[in-house]
Design a binder for this molecule. Structure first.
Ligand code: SAM
Length: 230
């Protein structure tokens, strides 16, 4: 069924406005991945609309939360809908689909990749930015050594699985799959990988959130751009 994002809407709106990683890390990564020609565009899991405001031209949004979708209306037209289904959308409708911090909230990534491949026209693009799979493996976590060095526990990286992370007064379920699993699923769905970027948190973000000190070298963000094969 997925998490109740209407209940999390107030928390998420505050997060989106205050998380220093968005301006310092996530939005620059998104701009690096944006293809030069964009055309008809959809923001998948648009939240309150900050990703829609980054792209020039007309952008549709879709989000499962009615409360967040209502806020995103300030940025453009929005549909309330639960991914991975895009059944309300005709084949070959878009030239660009993107999803920022959404795919690791979707259990069935194969269906997400197949549905996006159906609604994006040949030659069009899909961008996803997610928490790096190294970070979402159940049991994975940075650990502080007794001498202050930050080490990393891998958890169950190779298996599909999920874990619950704190979100305001609740938790959110994050779905994990390895990088190999994700890239192979995308290739099978008809997506040709064009650009892949792995990043840690920037110094700017760590300065703002000192609890992450020493974690700059741990892969934290994964950005992918694929082109729809004809
Ligand atoms: C972490 S927020 C990211 C929002 C936005 N992309 C951003 O970067 O500000 C995740 C968003 O995805 C939405 N969401 C979660 N699961 C979804 C699903 N299965 N279908 C559609 N939207 C979903 C939530 O309501 C929330 O707005």
């Amino acid at each position: 069924m997925g998490d109740d994002w209407d209940d999390l809407a107030g928390w998420w709106e505050a997060e989106a406005a205050s998380d220093p990683a968005y301006p310092a890390d996530v939005h620059p990564l998104f701009h690096e991945l944006l293809p030069p020609v964009r055309g008809r565009t959809i923001d998948l899991g648009c939240g309150e609309g900050q990703g829609m405001r980054l792209v020039r031209g007309s952008v549709f949004g879709v989000d499962r939360s009615r409360a967040l979708a209502r806020r995103a209306l300030r940025a453009g037209p929005v549909v309330v809908g639960a991914l991975p289904s895009l059944a309300w959308c005709r084949d070959d409708t878009f030239d660009l689909a993107y999803a920022i911090y959404l795919l690791d909230l979707v259990e069935d990534h194969e269906r997400f990749l197949a549905e996006t491949a159906r609604v994006v026209a040949d030659g069009g693009h899909l961008i996803t930015i997610i928490n790096h799979p190294i970070y979402t493996a159940p049991g994975a976590s940075p650990m502080l050594d007794h001498d202050g060095e930050v080490l990393f526990r891998w958890g169950r990286y190779f298996e599909r699985g999920s874990s619950f992370e704190p979100a305001g007064h609740r938790t959110i379920e994050f779905f994990h799959r390895s990088l190999g699993d994700l890239l192979t699923s995308a290739a099978r769905a008809g997506w040709a990988l064009e650009h892949m970027i792995e990043r840690g948190l920037s110094e700017t973000t760590v300065d703002e959130m000192p609890g992450y000190a020493g974690q700059q070298e741990i892969p934290r963000l994964l950005g992918l751009r694929w082109r729809r094969r004809g």
